[in-house]
Design a protein around this ligand. Structure first.
Ligand code: NIG
Length: 384
């Protein structure tokens, strides 16, 4: 098999503290050799291989791991965003607008739309992505959306419990039963994870517990949308159920933070959502200082966060959530991998997937220092 060397790396972030300086495992003047989709060697600049890519003395980081997206949808909600900027609050009910548009879109159109968003994310340095369903909301359309998603990722998530669809209006418990039975049966063959939206206006703790339990019974891993729009039971439920991740965590009590810190559940922050919905940002500093494991993700979706820019999320995390640039970069790479229970991505070590991003900058700090500037010079995903 052909070997390739990414050479003349000025500053290499490995995320392996045993390989270099600090928590990011920084190595200066380095090169990385990969064969197929795996890294086979990390060493000083000048290692030899069949092919050579010149990083030109710039900074190289692990590809971003985006552990929370809703990439499969049709339609546009730009008007809803504009109305929000004019003062209207964000409401979970907007999801139904995307459901209507997604149900009438053909398979080819949904695949084309998802491929375009996945390509956009790759150009933004995202090399691993989780994709949720949640805009189908019946057995046929949820399975269809997950089938599209599995063409783009191994980490597909069944989110039938996103909101109660119009045909079940006023019958939330009946809908939850449907999610746990017919919909789950149709979705499970296409899903690795199950998720639910635990929030006023979506599903309560008992309903979410029923959904997660049903998913666990058929072998799916668990994740939960928790504490996005207000304080509530989501985070405690995520910990109780052993979810891999509690996502959003915008409103955290001291008890929520203590529960997360004592658990393996990753708190996944989605600051582009708080930006786009004019919400407060999560208190990441308080969570990290208490020992909570954290991740950053884009939450790319048509309603609350229509962005594929992890660089933007990192900038928000540093500027408004008081994370250091090192913590934010770790959260967007290794943190995302932990939230997906993946050990093959999120770090650059021998045997890991060859997912590398060359920044048009001497240091990762520029992701924050130069906000809004496209600094992703090259994305290498699976060695290609
Ligand atoms: O993560 N919170 C629920 N789901 C999405 C929003 C989806 C939408 O508004 O379409 C989120 O923010």
């Amino acid at each position: 098999m052909t070997t390739t060397v990414l050479d003349d790396i000025g500053l290499l972030v490995t995320n392996d503290p045993t390989a270099g300086e600090g928590a990011l495992g920084i190595v200066h003047n380095a090169s990385v050799v990969f064969e197929g989709e795996r890294i086979v060697s990390i060493g000083p600049a000048g290692q030899v291989a069949d092919q050579r890519i010149d990083a030109g003395g710039r900074c190289v980081i692990p590809g971003f791991v985006d552990s929370h997206t809703h990439l499969v949808f049709a339609g546009d909600r730009g008007d809803e965003f504009a109305a929000r900027m004019a003062g209207r609050p964000y409401e979970a009910g907007g999801i139904k607008v995307s459901v209507a548009a997604t149900r009438v879109a053909g398979d080819d159109e949904l695949t084309r739309l998802t491929a375009a968003r996945r390509d956009e994310a790759r150009r933004a340095g995202i090399t691993t992505v989780e994709i949720k369903s949640g805009y189908g909301l019946d057995a046929h359309h949820e399975a269809r959306c997950l089938h599209v998603a599995e063409g783009f990722t191994h980490d597909t998530t069944f989110l039938g419990a996103h909101v109660v669809p119009a045909e079940f209006e006023g019958r939330a418990d009946d809908y939850v039963h449907h999610v746990c039975t017919d919909m789950l049966a149709a979705a499970a063959p296409h899903a690795r994870w199950i998720d639910a939206f635990c929030e006023v206006g979506a599903f309560d703790a008992d309903q979410c517990r029923a959904v997660l339990t049903a998913g666990r019974n058929v072998g799916l891993g668990l994740r939960l949308h928790a504490n996005q729009l207000g304080f509530g039971p989501g985070v405690q439920l995520a910990v109780e159920m052993g979810c891999a991740s509690a996502d959003h965590c915008t409103y955290l009590t001291d008890d929520d933070i203590a529960a997360l810190a004592a658990s393996d559940t990753v708190a996944t922050f989605l600051p582009a959502t708080d930006f786009s919905t004019r919400q407060p940002y999560p208190d990441a500093r308080r969570a990290i200082d208490a020992g909570v494991k954290v991740a950053l993700a884009t939450n790319c979706n048509p309603g609350s966060s229509y962005t594929t820019s992890m660089s933007f999320c990192i900038a928000l995390a540093v500027r408004d959530m008081h994370m250091t640039p090192e913590e934010a970069l770790l959260a967007a790479t290794l943190g995302g991998a932990r939230a997906l229970r993946r050990t093959d991505v999120g770090h650059l070590t021998v045997g890991a997937r060859a997912d590398l991003v060359v920044l048009d900058a001497p240091s990762y700090t520029h992701l924050v220092y130069r906000p809004g500037v496209p600094l992703i010079a090259l994305t290498i995903e699976r060695g290609a």
